[in-house]
Ligand binder design. Sequence first.
Ligand SMILES: C[S@@+](CC[C@H](N)C(=O)[O-])C[C@H]1O[C@@H](n2cnc3c(N)ncnc32)[C@H](O)[C@@H]1O
Length: 269
Amino acid sequence: MTNKKRKRHSKNDASNKNQKSPTNKEQKITSPSTTKRTKSNESSSFLEKMRARLSGGHFRMINEKLYTCTGKEALHYFREDSSLFNLYHEGYKTQMSNWPEKPVNVIIKWLKKQNPSFVVADFGCGEALISKSVKNTVFSLDLVSNEPDVIACDMANTPLGSTSADVAVFCLSLMGTNYQTYLEEAYRVLKPGGWLLIAEVKSRFDPNNGGADPEQFSKAISELGFSSVKSDLSNKMFILFYFTKKGKQNSKRKEIEWPSLKPCLYKRR
Ligand SMILES: C[S@@+](CC[C@H](N)C(=O)[O-])C[C@H]1O[C@@H](n2cnc3c(N)ncnc32)[C@H](O)[C@@H]1O
């Protein structure tokens, strides 16, 4: 049988269930469009992988920068190129997608059980998930404002009035090397009796691995003028501290020994 005939024969018998399926070689010869499609699929998945690697690399660099500079420097950094903020948050979302539970959701659940008239200050709000999820008045603060309701500032120095908020939230945002100045600002902004909630990556509080001692951290915050209500260690990935602002600040306040919080750096996958 000639090649031509063999082809026609197979075509006519296409519905024949007993017909042997064509070998890979035959497929390659008879369907050039499939070959093209496969090649283009391969190259687009390669490009996707390359893009993911590049954006992962950018994320890691920006993340490291934020953990190793002051808030003031971070503000200048993002002011020079605000697109870095979006790059950071793209990578951050990818990282978070691996976490079984996100601390921001635990905080949102907690807020929903509180008085809806509570005024909330979300320090380092990122994509402002808290304000999008609760009925409360929320002041969302971050280095860059991509949304109309986000106030762009260094959270060591916010435009919020003194004793104007009932709840101050720091959800994975104690990034700067001067993190204590953010907590001092939260103290100023909170009403007496107001809540301070801090969620941080657990490894930053693992003394066996260069992390801070959570007791020392709580002690420093207490010396600033807060009472520790509880520390929730139940989550594998993060630790959640709850404090309330004391009625009166100790006038003879001594120098507070703030433990250094190690940067949370991500490894290349
Ligand atoms: C890891 S993200 C967390 C975002 C959000 N809280 C969440 O849980 O989804 C930390 C955020 O804190 C912000 N941040 C860090 N240092 C800051 C500073 N000094 N002033 C204002 N925002 C800051 C970063 O820009 C970033 O958006």
